[in-house]
Design a binder for this molecule. Structure first.
Ligand SMILES: [Zn+2]
Ligand SMILES: [Zn+2]
Length: 189
């Protein structure tokens, strides 16, 4: 692994949980409810959580033999753009997380690769990568303003939903089609 000693998480970040108050011992549990500003780049190119928007964390930390299990929900506002008609989308996403942070020196710590399991560092659990993975997994790569969005008119680029049902760019004038019919007749005879 390239990073043998990763930097400890920033204890002042609201997305870093301190487990110092949590006694070691199976069954010990603490609930954590807090809001935290969203970090930058939380999402996909077409939809994501705006930087600084409020993430609502409703979590619990549980002591298990190998470490601390953090689980619960994170709710965040979403802003995006419809992949078909480019209109702005506002939505909310709620993701469930459940992640073991292994104690340094635990069997899990010593037997799992560094990219397989997360670890407590200085008794801190960094939730940012966990929340990022959960939210990105939940987001559609092609978000739609509505499931049946008709998209844009291929000719003029206007959203079809805002155009009349008979919107068309064909210059079909009945007089011209009558003439065309006459021409066909003359050509036949
Ligand atoms: Zn749309
Ligand atoms: Zn058009």
């Amino acid at each position: 692994m390239a990073e043998s000693t990763p930097r400890p998480p920033d204890a002042t970040s609201p997305l870093v949980l301190s487990t110092r108050e949590l006694p070691r011992g199976a069954g010990e549990m603490r609930e954590v409810t807090r809001t935290a500003p969203a970090p930058a780049g939380l999402g996909l190119p077409l939809i994501g959580v705006p930087e600084g928007a409020e993430l609502e964390l409703e979590l619990r930390m549980e002591s298990v033999s190998e470490g601390v299990f953090v689980s619960g929900t994170v709710t965040a506002p979403l802003r995006g753009e419809c992949a078909r008609c480019l209109q702005e989308i506002s939505d909310t996403v709620t993701v469930h997380i459940g992640e073991l942070f292994a104690y340094p020196g635990s069997t899990t710590d010593e037997t799992a690769d560094s990219d397989e399991v997360r670890r407590l560092q200085d008794e801190l659990a960094d939730l940012e990568p966990v929340i990022r993975d959960a939210i990105v997994l939940e987001l559609p790569s092609s978000p739609l303003c509505s499931p049946d969005c008709a998209g844009l008119c291929a000719q003029c680029g206007q959203p079809l939903a805002e155009l009349p049902a008979d919107h068309s760019h064909e210059t079909a004038d009945p007089r011209w089609s009558a003439l065309a019919g006459l021409k066909d007749k003359l050509g036949d005879s």
